[in-house]
Design a protein around this ligand. Structure first.
Ligand SMILES: Nc1ncnc2c1ncn2[C@@H]1O[C@H](COP(=O)(O)OP(=O)(O)O)[C@@H](O)[C@H]1O
Ligand SMILES: [Mg+2]
Length: 266
């Protein structure tokens, strides 16, 4: 890719329901509200959550005559070529052309990926300058990074996703595209299970040393994230006209700003 000027951020984790699309949308709106030009790409050709989120936002903005900043959004299509080889070749060619254009025209490109290991998903990971892996604060979800056993939480082997990231890192290095900043973002943090939180923290510290990622505190567990999707809104767009100001939302916005700073994108 030539004349690239933007930062490419991939939100990835081959587990569904870890918060990828929610975090992608909050990141997009946070960057837009800072005056950055943002392109968004939905590589989850099956679910299209981010595309629906963006469409909901456009519809809500029109209905309420409210000027909501929106990204330049593209939903990727799966190739319909007959053979796997031809399909992959087409997907790669289209993706590289698209990304080159978006990267030249925007400050930041945010790519949301599927919770599955697909050719397109791997391709997205190779182009990440920053890779954000949201992880629910649970040992069930930690399994996407490594196999952890017993009460002593012994790390026995890397998991499929860590191996996939590793492979894409090597490809990226051989293409001389510089190092990827891999960030594991803890999602759905709760104040209730301090013991689990500490144990997760210790396991993540150990894994971060082995696999070379940084760990950041992400979003707290809040029902509001589910309610905002149909309106296409994020916490950064609240309060809505006529709605009361809520302290909980201020705290949540602070979390988002905190992780945005720590991402060091600009
Ligand atoms: N911090 C959070 N607090 C509460 N619910 C959340 C949080 N983050 C995500 N969710 C909810 O979890 C579900 C999965 O999130 P989503 O962003 O679609 O994950 P993914 O894209 O990884 O599949 C959605 O219902 C979403 O609203
Ligand atoms: Mg998703």
């Amino acid at each position: 890719m030539t004349d690239k000027r933007s930062r490419i951020v991939v939100v990835g984790n081959t587990k569904g329901g870890s918060g990828k699309s929610t975090i992608a949308m909050h990141l997009i709106v946070a960057c837009l509200r800072r005056g950055k030009s943002v392109a968004s790409v939905d590589a989850d050709v099956g679910q299209r959550t981010l595309t629906k989120y963006v469409n909901n936002r456009r519809a809500y903005g029109q209905k309420e005559s409210r000027a909501l900043p929106v990204s330049d959004h593209i939903a990727l299509e799966k190739s319909t070529q007959d053979t796997v080889r031809a399909a992959h070749a087409e997907e790669q060619e289209r993706f590289v052309a698209l990304l080159t254009g978006l990267a030249q025209a925007n400050d930041i490109v945010v790519i949301d990926t599927p919770g599955a290991d697909t050719f397109l998903n791997r391709l997205c990971h190779t182009f990440a300058d920053t890779l954000i892996t949201p992880l629910n604060d649970s040992f069930v979800d930690l399994d996407v990074l490594a196999q952890v056993e017993g009460e002593a939480l012994k790390i026995t082997a890397p998991s499929h996703y860590s191996e996939m990231v590793w492979e894409q890192k090597i490809r990226r290095a051989s293409a001389k595209r510089g190092a990827v900043d891999w960030v594991v973002l803890r999602n759905r943090l709760s104040n209730l299970d301090a013991r689990n939180k500490r144990a997760m923290g210790a396991a993540l510290d150990e894994l971060s040393r082995r696999f070379g990622f940084r760990t950041l505190a992400g979003l707290g567990e809040r029902v509001i994230y589910r309610e905002l999707f149909p309106l296409g809104l994020t916490l950064l767009d609240l309060p809505r006209a006529g709605e009361p100001f809520q302290m909980a939302h201020v705290a949540a916005r602070q979390e988002i700003r905190g992780f945005l700073e720590a991402l060091r994108l600009f």
